[in-house]
Design a protein around this ligand. Structure first.
Ligand SMILES: [Zn+2]
Length: 843
């Protein structure tokens, strides 16, 4: 409840992209826009699968033109995507993309919801998706969101009738929405939810079609659209000084880690919607046609509407505070409304408007970013009335702690200020994303506290409630406790105030590969989140492994500082996969977490506590060759992985490649999408191919089909055509079809079991045509599809070899998949069996 208050406070319209903690600046036009929204009692929910799937034009249109309460339910948090702006991947990327969605909603005026579904990677078919997601659970989450949000209309981004034409997650989102539309009103469906909410029947379900469902803009133009609702979403809002599409562009440009920063579009723009369920409407441009969206829809609402429509009609832009008495009258009437749903929502909106109109500034902030449970923290409380309205500050509570402020009158523009000392109870939970607290499955996050399901983020741990008398009427205002500071090069900054453990520990590498029986020195870095701490750190490890010391002492003086201690880890004699964790022992407590901070300018800083753990893998890898040259493409961690198994890897700057420069390498590897992103390769390709011709091994990892051909006719020494073929099921069967090829024998014997334990997918963008010089090594396919043989191709070229592979080594090596290491080592060793045999004969 308190949390909602904070969340909704942000929906008072502002185009600023300041983060959620920054106080609102509300001009008269912002306030007027909020009153228009206050007077519309209708709700729309948009449903899709990923952050960035949502049509921000339609969301902005519904929120600002229709003035509906508008939500976006993204089933996943986008954990499976790429990251263009930093190192976060998987669940950490999900945390960042969650915040980018919230930033987008702050711009377009929508609200944000999620399910527990994990974006586990690409799937072609919805049945595959729904098997990996726990379908019952995720369907239940959609039902729960509908029951709590109570939309009149639901709009799907994707078509539930066309499985296989887009990402399986996309079609699944539409299918689940289609099913949930009826289930939400069925008391026998998910009855356990009904203790916290009630059943709800939305009136209409739509599908938001687009030209890309028709194949081309021309085909869409020509298509029969008589059954579709149509609206022009390019509308201009003089009150806001922006057009709807400008707002939409700004909103989708928040998806920076996906590279969605884009130019604004302007002018008339058509949007088409197909009715899937519910009654047909008369007005084909109005989703809410025939639905009562006035105050009269609630019992006791008419009298409130009479007051508020009048305020809207006669709004005084020069001195909006003249409306306070009427708004207070409406507030009192609203408190007697029996419909708890609308009473709560409209109370939040109305108090936010009252606060903005009286120029109220209410704030509780700390000057430190974080603390630990059981500590005391100085909190600055400020209250300021910037109107002639008669306002008294009665009391301020932070959670349940009374700050013992005495009754004070807030005179116009006289700042009230008081410093208090807040106790952080020892039982306070650490700050962290709630969906990462427990270990989930591949497809679904585990959330113990059901009340949190659907929420975009963990509610703030500390909130200040300011109890005010405004013209004698008692109204509480709740604000999250924030951390406020100034940076000389940035100005005033607001960030969330966090509760963290006294210390956390982490390993440098999330996966440690032992190519043989040699021990490795393992650094453990301890970070202090409190001054003057000292304790010990131990390693927890599997029985087959050994560590040189039982524990290591540490002692750190200053909060924020780090200390690194070292253990020597001795691997078992044979192949083994295990995990190790550091355990901090401090004042009788054990801490097993690591802390990751995600900090960017466009979103609030995020603190994520994860189990501190690394995977350790003892392999038995044979290698031939030593020096590898690596030409980085779009970015991957393959070089680090190869170094872990003892290769000497040098990153090659493509501009420095000459006829001679590659000679020193045993193999030259091109990183993923190198030919797509490194233009310089156009000029250096002949040297790379010559290197192979003269006896070297060139290994090219996947490139996408686009830009192929025109730019790089000679990417391979022989004809090779890249297709969109991919095998997305990481467990699909793999057959070795070139059983005699040394690539599957030297120096490691590869068999089909080496394809066990792969993650996310087999590979992508496999060639589907190649000249006779190439030998396909493997055959694989997704269920119900034809076999593809293009995942790994090798051709002799001159005295050397050329290998093209779309296998996802860039995913498998960093997570320590043994079979992938063996196969990669074999690729690097191609041709060296003959050399060794010769050497042996000579010797
Ligand atoms: Zn998507």
């Amino acid at each position: 409840m308190r949390y909602l208050l904070g969340l909704l406070a942000c929906s008072l319209f502002t185009l600023s992209t300041l983060n959620a903690q920054t106080p609102e600046i509300s001009s008269s036009t912002d306030i007027y826009h909020s009153i228009e929204k206050l007077n519309f009692l209708g709700t729309a929910l948009y449903i899709a699968a990923h952050p960035d799937d949502e049509n921000t034009r339609l969301i902005a249109y519904l929120a600002n033109n229709v003035k509906a309460r508008t939500g976006y339910l993204s089933l996943t948090r986008g954990d499976g995507g790429q990251n263009l702006i930093g190192p976060e991947l998987r669940e950490l990327l999900g945390v960042l993309r969650t915040q980018e969605l919230l930033a987008a909603r702050r711009v377009d005026g929508g609200e944000q919801f999620f399910s527990r579904a994990n974006d586990f990677g690409y799937s072609k078919q919805p049945d595959e998706t729904l098997e990996i997601w726990d379908k019952e659970a995720i369907l239940g989450d959609v039902v729960r969101t509908i029951r709590k949000f109570k939309p009149d209309v639901i709009i799907n981004r994707f078509d539930h009738r066309t499985p296989g034409t887009t990402h399986g997650h996309h079609t699944s989102s539409a299918m689940l929405s289609f099913e949930a539309f009826d289930l939400a009103n069925d008391a026998n469906a998910y009855p356990e939810q009904l203790s916290a909410t009630n059943t709800w029947q939305p009136k209409r379900l739509f599908f938001n079609t687009s030209w890309w469902f028709y194949g081309s803009q021309e085909k869409f133009k020509a298509a029969d659209k008589t059954n579709l609702l149509h609206m022009d979403v390019g509308t201009y809002y003089p009150i806001l000084g922006k057009s709807n599409n400008e707002i939409a562009s700004l909103a989708s440009s928040q998806h920076l880690c996906q590279g969605f920063g884009r130019l604004s579009s302007r002018g008339s723009e058509d949007e088409y919607i197909e009715l899937l369920k519910g009654d047909l409407t008369q007005d084909k441009s109005d989703l809410f046609d025939g639905i009562d969206t006035t105050w009269s829809r609630i019992d006791g609402g008419k009298a409130i509407g009479d007051i508020l429509y009048d305020v809207q009609e006669n709004f005084n832009f020069k001195n909006p505070s003249v409306h306070i008495p009427k708004l207070l009258e409406a507030y009192e009437l609203l408190q007697n409304v029996s419909d708890e749903h609308w009473k709560h929502l409209k109370t939040v909106e109305l108090t936010t408007i009252i606060s903005a109109i009286s120029g109220l500034h209410l704030e509780a902030f700390t000057k430190i970013s974080s603390t630990n449970p059981g500590q005391n923290v100085d909190v600055q409380i400020q209250a300021l009335n910037r109107s002639d309205i008669n306002i008294e500050l009665k009391s301020v509570f932070i959670n349940n702690q009374n700050t013992n402020i005495e009754l004070s009158t807030l005179n116009n523009n006289k700042l009230f200020e008081k410093k208090i000392n807040l106790n952080i109870p020892a039982s306070t939970d650490f700050t962290s994303p709630y969906w990462l607290m427990e270990k989930g499955t591949l497809g679904t996050y585990t959330v113990e506290n059901k009340a949190l399901i659907g929420k975009p983020e963990t509610p703030r741990a500390f909130n200040a409630t300011f109890n005010l008398n405004i013209n004698g009427i008692s109204i509480p205002f709740t604000k999250p406790l924030v951390y406020k500071y100034a940076k000389p090069d940035k100005g005033e900054i607001y960030q969330p105030f966090e509760v963290v453990p006294e210390a956390t520990a982490s390993f440098t590498d999330k996966v440690m590969i032992f190519a043989d029986a040699s021990p490795k020195r393992i650094p453990v870095t301890i970070k202090a989140h409190k001054d003057s701490i000292s304790g010990t750190v131990e390693l927890k490890y599997g029985t087959e492994w050994q560590v040189d010391k039982k524990s290591q002492p540490f002692s750190i003086n200053k909060k924020g500082d780090e200390q690194t201690v070292y253990f020597t880890l001795i691997p078992p004699a044979t192949e083994n996969e295990n995990s190790i964790s550091p355990i901090i022992k401090l004042n009788g407590k054990e801490i097993t977490k690591e802390l990751v901070t995600i900090a960017y300018d466009h979103v609030p800083t995020q603190t994520v506590l994860l189990p501190s753990e690394s995977k350790v893998v003892r392999l038995d890898i044979q290698k031939a060759g030593e020096n590898i040259g690596y030409i980085m493409g779009a970015g991957d961690a393959v070089p680090t992985s190869l170094e872990q198994i003892g290769y000497n890897v040098q990153l090659i700057d493509p501009t420095t490649i000459t006829k001679e420069s590659l000679k020193k390498y045993d193999a030259v590897v091109l990183g993923i999408r190198a030919y797509n992103v490194v233009d310089e390769l156009k000029f250096k390709q002949r040297f790379i191919l010559d290197y192979a011709k003269n006896g070297g091994t060139v290994i090219v990892q996947y490139n996408t089909a686009s830009r192929w051909g025109a730019q790089f006719e000679n990417i391979a020494p022989y004809d090779l055509e890249i297709s969109r073929d991919r095998v997305t099921n990481e467990n699909s069967d793999v057959k070795i079809i070139a059983k005699d090829n040394s690539l599957v024998h030297f120096p490691n014997e590869i068999n089909e079991s080496d394809f066990n334990g792969w993650v996310q997918e087999r590979g992508l963008y496999f060639p589907n045509k190649w000249s006779k010089e190439f030998t396909p090594i493997l055959e694989m396919h997704d269920e119900g599809e034809e076999a593809t043989k293009g995942s790994l191709l090798i051709a002799p070229y001159g005295k050397g070899n050329y290998i093209y592979t779309g296998l996802s080594f860039f995913r498998e090596l960093p997570v320590g998949v043994p079979g992938a290491y063996k196969l990669f080592s074999n690729m690097l060793s191609v041709g060296k069996d003959k050399v060794e045999t010769k050497a042996k004969i000579k010797g």
